[in-house]
Design a protein around this ligand. Structure first.
Ligand SMILES: O=C(O)CCC(=O)C(=O)O
Ligand SMILES: [Fe+2]
Length: 242
């Protein structure tokens, strides 16, 4: 894979990528740590687990290099790409790392671990409405955050949201729910109640306030790994988040 310059990253994703140093950015292998990592838990939301900064700058950069080389987001209206079936190697490796070197997916035992990946690009100020991932996806969803921080809001899901067969247009009310600050390199797992009974969403805004501190959002990329309950055939789809 060719080297990724900071200019290229700036051009594609905005200028909030300074934390990826040139030296680290040019290292393309996926050197995931092999030590066992214990995730942070959230008393109010059983099954929500977070490994903060689980992925080094080098790993984040490798994932971004792949996403840039794949050219998903050339078209200005495209902000979501989905892979079905066999996943890009670097994505699959993060999934395997999460299963074998962390407790993020302790309750999940299956093969393949994941057969669907969504890459979401959030241009500065964009979000994703509050939703429960559709029932056709199994338990155990992994969300990898890249480039910029954001706040994800978790709220107890209505019966309607839990059983939706397509995503509803639910806005996130201000000051409702539990805020989870996601930073680049963080890996979040939704399992059990956190996956089935809680809705998650990211409010569309330029600035998040965390513990009284204002945090400016830049462009953010996330990779969500999921397992379709039925088997998946290899395909790639590009779309606009509904
Ligand atoms: O971007 C994220 O962090 C969440 C993405 C998500 O929830 C989804 O694609 O279903
Ligand atoms: Fe989701």
């Amino acid at each position: 894979m060719s080297e990724l310059t900071s200019e290229q990253l700036d051009e594609l994703f905005g200028s909030d990528v300074d934390s990826i140093s040139e030296e680290e950015g040019t290292k393309s292998q996926l050197d995931l740590p092999t030590v066992n990592v214990i995730s942070e838990k959230f008393t109010a939301i059983p099954g929500l687990r977070l490994v903060r900064q689980g992925l080094s700058h080098a790993v984040q950069s490798t994932l971004l290099e792949f996403i840039i080389a794949a050219n998903y987001f050339q078209n200005e209206t495209t902000n979501q790409a989905m892979h079905f079936g066999d996943l890009p190697d670097s994505f699959a490796k993060v999934g395997t790392w999460a299963k074998s070197c962390t407790d993020l997916l302790n309750d999940i035992d299956r093969h393949p671990l994941f057969n669907q990946a969504i890459i979401n690009l959030y241009r500065s100020g964009e979000g994703i409405r509050s939703h429960v991932d559709l029932q056709k996806f199994d338990d155990g969803i992994l969300i990898i955050s890249l480039l910029s921080s954001c706040v994800m809001i978790m709220t107890p899901a209505s019966e309607e949201l839990k059983n939706a067969s397509s995503y509803q247009n639910d806005e996130i009310a201000d000051n409702v729910g539990i805020s989870i600050h996601l930073r680049p390199g963080d890996v979040l797992a939704l399992t059990g109640p956190a996956r089935w009974d809680w809705a998650h969403g990211i409010p569309a805004r330029e600035i998040d306030v965390i513990h009284g501190e204002q945090i400016q959002r830049g462009s953010r990329v996330s990779i969500t790994l999921r397992k379709l309950k039925c088997s998946a055939v290899g395909a790639i789809e590009l779309s606009q988040r509904p």
